[in-house]
Design a protein around this ligand. Structure first.
Ligand code: ATP
Ligand code: MG
Length: 253
């Protein structure tokens, strides 16, 4: 049984068909890549899976249960957490606070506990901070915990987005262009880090433009072009697929 299955997804925006009948499946422990030229529909596919859009057609199943159209926060608490192509960090919060925000859906102390600073609330907050520190350590950001998030160099902000997603304790991490804007060395370190996430038991869905990065990491790759699935398979096959080469390099007359 697939851990995640998005079936026959179609997403239209007025006259634009951003995704046209695309099915994707992931098994536990896999790293799956979605690639394709600009505007192919990659981010839109993430938005459908994570509940930002209710697709025009199709269903999303997680653990064989339908989650189509659920609210993004419900989907996060079920076990799918994502990062964004355009970094979305809270500028006026520190690094550790940004991770703590990612854990909100997991805490049980209610709003009143917060207002009256009950012992339950204080105990929970301490636990939340310790856990946040743990994810900062994993992503190599612990030294920056009291810095403002937006004071970090770009590559580290991307890692902070991953730490925040991990803090929601998901089964599946969805990363939208995690290496965008990183230099060669940062990209290589990130690839190693994502590989270590797989060893920790995460299942990962990854959108990426950097082909070397995708080919070295993914077990399975889906290629979108103008909203359609043009190829799917392991990296070695995808690399040699004529339709993929054509979509990337343009048709030779
Ligand atoms: N909310 C929206 N309203 C209207 N059109 C949209 C919306 N979101 C996406 N689109 C359109 O859907 C298509 C796919 O966009 P999407 O952002 O999913 O592409 P992408 O593969 O992620 O591209 P990139 O590599 O540039 O990030 C584009 O034509 C885009 O303009
Ligand atoms: Mg995108």
């Amino acid at each position: 049984m697939a851990l995640l299955r998005a079936e026959h997804i179609t997403q239209r925006f007025g006259g634009v068909v951003a995704i046209d009948d695309v099915t994707l499946e992931m098994n536990p422990g896999e790293i799956v890549g979605i690639i394709g030229p600009n505007g192919a529909g990659k981010t839109t596919y993430f938005n459908v899976i994570t509940g930002m859009y209710n697709p025009t057609e199709g269903k999303v199943l997680f653990h064989d249960k339908e989650i189509t159209g659920r609210k993004p926060y419900e989907i996060t608490s079920l076990g799918l957490a994502r990062t964004f192509q355009n970094i979305r960090l809270f500028a006026n919060m520190t690094v550790i606070e940004n991770v703590m925000v990612g854990m909100q859906c997991k805490t049980s102390a209610g709003v009143l506990d917060g207002i009256f600073h009950t012992p339950k609330h204080r105990k929970e907050e301490k636990l939340v901070e310790e856990k946040a520190a743990h994810y900062l350590e994993l992503t190599g950001l612990l030294d920056h915990k009291y810095d403002y998030a937006t004071s970090l160099p770009y590559g580290k902000q991307r890692k902070l987005e991953i730490a925040r997603a991990m803090a929601a304790e998901p089964e599946i991490l969805l990363l939208d262009e995690p290496a965008a804007g990183m230099n060669g060395q940062e990209t290589e370190e990130l690839a190693e880090f994502i590989h270590s996430l797989k060893d920790m038991g995460y299942t990962i869905l990854l959108i990426e433009h950097d082909m070397k990065f995708v080919m070295s990491l993914c077990d399975n790759i889906y290629v979108l072009d103008h909203g359609s699935l043009i190829a799917q398979g392991p990296p070695a096959e995808i690399k040699q697929n004529p339709r993929v080469i054509e979509a990337y390099l343009g048709k030779e007359e």
